[in-house]
Design a binder for this molecule. Sequence first.
Ligand code: PLP
Length: 424
Amino acid sequence: MTVAPEEFAPPVPPASEVFADALAHLVSDTVERQRILGSGAFEAIGEGAEVRLSSGRTMLDFGSYAVPLFGHRPATVTRAVRAALETLPTSTRLLTNPYAAALAARLAALVDPGRLDKVSFGLNGADAVETALKLAIARTGTPSALAVQGGFHGKSMGALALTHDPLRRGPVRGFLGDVRHLPLEPDAVARAAREAPFAALIFEPVQGEGGGRAIPPELLRRWSADAHAAGAFVLADEIQCGLRRCGPVSVSVSEGVRPDAVLLGKPLGGGVMPLSAVVGTRELFAPLAADPYFHTATFGGHPASCAAGLAALDLLDTVAESLPAVAARLAAGVAALAASRPGSVVGVRSTGLLAAVEFGDATVAGLAVLEAGRRGLLVGQSLSRPAVLKLLPPAVTDAAQMDRAFAILDAGCRAAERRAARSG
Ligand SMILES: Cc1ncc(COP(=O)(O)O)c(C=O)c1O
């Protein structure tokens, strides 16, 4: 349930003005792509699984960086945020913030009760990654980490050191810390431990930007045991796959991996506010017990974000109810797409509400994004594997919307193939 947008009557500037400002002062290539995707209009109002544009047209949203898991503008979340804004729109940081306290307690009780007991809040996923990495390095005294080939953990400097994306690492390579990226082999962690010590192993149980690839649970359990045997921490980055996007609240905990921290973000703020969290063991958080100012940030635990987080957690049961049906339709949709486009689609994968369509050619994938956009569907390419389109439907997507999305995607793929054939 969303609140009628008419209640807010947002000012709608002319699109020409918006694009002139954005092209002049933001990253112009990105804005130009957005202009094409919106057919010259900008995003105006989010509503459930759809976004209404300034032109009045609506688009289905299977993109949005995986944020609107509960749909756009869930009423319970926007209400909770408004209530916080009316009373405590920011925290003194010198006094105890009841929203942060309540959300920390809820997360500790939810993610891995009794084991993952301490919480640190940030605003972006990369904040959570940076915090967890910094704590692990400080606690072990070892300035080195293991990550996974194909893994994505963000683009701030510490997070980028863990991200396996040669293109984005290249320009700042000399400034990135010591990280070894492992192949998906059972012995990889034990082998790395024999070569040199490390503070932490970080992985995504389901790689999002790496192309929707689920890492086998038995591999994660073996790696986790080997990392622990080497005296290192295990960090599960569930910023994209967690909070029921891929089924469980925590994929790694549900698979018996026993991480020392689960990192959450994206939908944690209810798709309304920026919020991320490290939910970890007391052992990992020990450097903060020794020095509470070892890691702080001005807006950490922001009351409005934590109010949104509390309302978001209340929605997780609703997601659990709708997820099997929506996930089944999504899986059936990508399978049918692969069957109908054997010339361009080389593989599909899906885990819960995260599906991937792999094209033989990244150019066709890029064109398919544009052609789907023209027809009313927002999807994105995987950041580290541009030949892969990621489909991230909100849990509120109904059967008719799912059918519409796949009809658009099929037509978009056909058009992309034709355009690629003409230009190639
Ligand atoms: C698994 C994972 N970790 C970390 C991040 C970084 O999050 P943010 O962009 O909010 O900093 C992302 C973003 O896509 C992600 O998918």
